[in-house]
Design a binder for this molecule. Sequence first.
Ligand code: RB5
Length: 142
Amino acid sequence: MTIAICSDHAGVEYKAKLISYLLGKGYEVLNFGTDSTESMDYTDVAHPMAAAVEAGEADLGIALCGTGNGMAMTLNHHKGIRAGLAWNTAIGKLVKEHNNANVLVMPARFISYRMAVSIVRVWLTTEFAGGRHQRRIDKIPV
Ligand code: RB5
């Protein structure tokens, strides 16, 4: 499975560690940056990563910024992306089980790295429940 990943400067440290974690677990990783702590605009990495997931170059995506909101707002402008924000493991599970998020977004400035990696683990291993949740997802596009 290939996982695309991106962050702005606020999430760059967690992104680097998550890449090592994912590679260690046998995932392929596509890194869309940033790879610097210099201030940058989350949109500049979110759009290319979303396009790669939409094109099928990656199966899933992970995005980090300070609050997670800038990334989620940007990513959800893409038709093929359902980006969900998670800040604890219960929400990390539900964002896959109920919302089938194909991009996991996390608020790097408000969670520990230990929490971030735990959220990634549960999101990757949880299955979408389908059923009534699929019906609700089908009603999202306006
Ligand atoms: C960067 O300072 C911050 O605005 C960004 O990481 C994010 O929180 C935006 O939503």
